[in-house]
Design a binder for this molecule. Structure first.
Ligand code: ATR
Length: 286
């Protein structure tokens, strides 16, 4: 649809932002639904982020996605923050309210859970412990999602074990579920009896070393999820497939996290389909 005077405008704020798949994701949905809207990359340096966020309502934007390195700053600057985002400590979606205030939300936990349910429909929250590798912002979103789903034991394994302990302290009090920290050296042992393992570290990403993890202690019924999506099949997911375990790639979380954002900005609930996956991945190596 050609841009006109009434076109709704949203975008993604990041630095760098050139690698972001969000313009393709939201651009696909806009075209699919014939919506009079555009979604543009917004390269915003960290020192300009506060001004950029404040400018969204002034420029008539309906909102914006927020990616690295701005997610924590967005939490601090939004006029209103939803409880999930506050719990995770990061905002990935900004919505301009009718009164010009900016609402901050976090849809990463939703995106992870929807992707898990889509790609591993046999996984159940009560099937056993979950192991989360990593303790950064992505790990917090995954842990929040698992607690919300009712997982009763989450083992957070991180190279810097103190960060895992901090995450456990921050996430556990509000729930019945137990979040326990485990040192990196015990990552294989932590898999014993687990129903789910999730990699939230950057290991296995293009240009990074693979995640060195022996999957042997995992039960044959376990599910393996990676939030890395470049490459789509990480060495971890390859190893899971070799063992016949259910695998969940990282692209699903990225696509599903966009759904509530798109619905808030443009008023239509979009779907994740094979055609969307293909469009987002087109011309991409890996
Ligand atoms: P994000 O917010 O995207 O999750 P992050 O906060 O930088 O990113 O977290 C990256 C995660 O990958 C961390 O858990 C990090 O471990 P540390 O907390 O010890 O830094 C983990 N990570 C990165 N490189 C790693 C490596 N070579 N070995 C083990 N863990 C690594």
């Amino acid at each position: 649809m050609p841009v006109g005077g009434k076109t709704k405008v949203a975008g993604v704020m990041g630095w760098p932002v050139a690698h972001s798949l969000s313009p393709r994701l939201h651009g696909f949905w806009l075209a699919e639904h014939g919506i009079d809207g555009v979604f543009v990359p917004l390269p915003v340096k960290p020192e300009n982020f506060a001004d950029a966020l404040r400018a969204l309502p002034k420029l008539g934007f309906v909102g914006a996605s927020v990616t690295l390195p701005h997610k924590e700053a967005a939490l601090a600057l939004a006029d209103e923050v939803d409880p999930v985002a506050r719990r995770i400590g990061a905002v990935n979606t900004l919505i301009v309210r009718p009164d010009g205030g900016v609402l901050g939300r976090n849809t990463d936990a939703f995106g992870f859970m929807e992707s898990l349910r889509e790609s591993a429909p046999r996984w159940r929250a009560d099937a056993g412990a979950a192991v989360v590798l990593g303790a950064g912002g992505a790990a917090r979103a995954v842990v929040a999602a698992l607690l919300e789903a009712g997982v009763s034991e989450i083992r957070v394994v991180n190279r810097t074990v103190e960060r895992a302990r901090e995450l456990a302290r921050a996430m556990a009090p509000a729930t019945k579920g137990a979040v326990v920290a485990r040192p990196w050296a015990e990552r294989a042992a932590a898999l014993a009896g687990a129903a789910l393992v999730v990699n939230t570290t950057s290991l296995g990403m293009q240009g990074q070393p693979p995640l060195d993890l022996d999957l042997a202690p995992l039960p044959a019924t376990a599910t393996v999820a990676d939030i890395v999506y470049a490459p789509l099949e990480t060495p971890l997911l390859k190893a899971a497939r070799a063992r016949g375990l259910a695998g969940v790639d990282g692209l699903g979380m990225l696509l599903h996290q966009g759904r509530p954002a798109f619905a808030a900005w443009f008023g239509i609930e979009p779907q994740v389909t094979p055609a969307l996956r293909a469009a987002v991945l087109a011309d991409r190596a890996g």
